[in-house]
Ligand binder design. Structure first.
Ligand code: P6P
Length: 347
């Protein structure tokens, strides 16, 4: 039997050949320098995902992978060894890449500069290297979140103040979900697309294009343990979903998995502010803005309960915001409890 007689459906070959870097060029419909840069950046992010996935898959069998470092990060959170490893992986894959000049990470108080890239690399990567790291030691899903922005100006004082702009300045955003399979979901502003890591190829292969979030879904995803710390409208919303048929609670404690479920099945993720922390827990620049970008690209909605998330301008790099993200109808329902409460208070 000759090779040509082996009956491999063209569709299967086409699918297996649609790698992430090829898809980026298709998305941009260009082979120009900017398109090549973005394709290369996405390829480096994919490499980071593969290195992190590999580490996670063997974490329980290796020394010094699980557990805490004993340090506390800029967020005031105890740092997991996996947080440090993943953070360093993202830095390493961009060194000598000539692409990214600055990396802003949940794990670093200030942006990390790669000087040899700065003369030509006009891109900044904002990322949460391992989100939901409390799940790492118990083998539950965790994720990486990323956003790519163009550097504005020369950043001569090294403050990276040009990053303190709204989420519409993101030119790409996405996440990697380390679950039963490793899936990368991204958008360049033309729809949301998912890729699954095929370990036999060592490539992220296109799985789904133009993912659309349902206008309504049954899931509400929040940590009800904070119920009595929430403002009254969020308690009223929670009582509403308790009393009405058709709602179900799902919450993993890891943002990427919870958002991915909402993206695929519809519903709403809520991390509201509390009396003690009115801005909530989640960080705008490298958590909620990238995810808000994605969900809007998929036809959903993302707000802080009152204002569109992507309109918010952070006062500082690690600015936190309340987050209501998901299906349009479900996010609007949460917002209506907040606006009705405000109207009653002002009347
Ligand atoms: P809580 C993980 O620490 C994280 O940043 C997100 O991944 C997750 O959505 C949230 O915090 C969970 O916070 O207060 O419910 O444990």
């Amino acid at each position: 039997m000759t090779v040509s007689e082996i009956n491999i459906p063209d569709s299967l070959l086409d699918r297996d050949c649609t790698t992430l870097s090829r898809h980026v060029l298709q998305q941009l419909n260009s082979f120009g320098a900017d398109a090549q840069d973005l394709s290369a950046i996405m390829n480096r992010i994919a490499l980071a995902g593969k290195l992190i996935a590999r580490r996670l898959s063997r974490a329980g069998l290796m020394a010094d992978v699980l557990g805490f470092t004993g340090e506390t990060n800029v967020q005031g959170e105890s740092v997991k060894k996996m947080d440090v490893f993943a953070n360093d992986v993202f830095i390493s894959v961009f060194k000598q890449s000539g692409l990214v000049c600055r990396l802003a990470s949940e794990e670093m108080e200030n942006p990390y500069y790669i000087p040899e890239n700065c003369p030509i690399g006009r891109y900044t990567l904002l990322y949460d290297p391992i989100d939901g790291s409390s799940n790492v030691d118990i083998n539950l899903n965790v994720g990486s979140i990323f956003a790519i922005r163009q550097q504005q100006g020369e950043d001569l004082d090294g403050s990276a103040s040009d990053l303190l702009t709204n989420g519409d300045q993101q030119i790409a955003a996405g996440y990697i979900l380390y679950g039963p399979s490793t899936i990368l979901v991204y958008s360049l502003g033309s729809g949301v697309h998912s890729f699954i890591l095929d370990p036999s190829l060592g490539e992220f292969i296109l799985a789904q294009e133009n993912i659309r979030i349902p206008d309504h879904g049954p899931i509400y995803s929040t940590n009800e343990g904070n119920f009595w710390q929430w403002d009254e409208p969020l308690r009223d919303y929670t009582r509403y979903v308790h009393r009405h048929e058709g709602y179900t609670a799902r919450y993993s404690g890891a943002l990427v998995g919870d958002i991915h479920r909402i993206l695929m099945q519809g519903g709403v993720f809520l991390y509201p502010g509390t009396e003690k922390n009115p801005d909530g827990k989640l960080r705008l620049l490298y958590e909620t803005a990238p995810l808000g970008f994605l969900v809007e690209q998929a036809g959903g909605r993302a707000s802080d309960g009152q204002k569109r998330l992507l309109d918010l301008i952070p006062a500082k790099l690690h600015q936190r915001t309340p987050a209501i993200i998901g299906s349009v109808e479900d996010v609007k329902l949460v917002e209506s409890f907040i606006s009705d409460h405000k109207q009653r208070q002002s009347s």
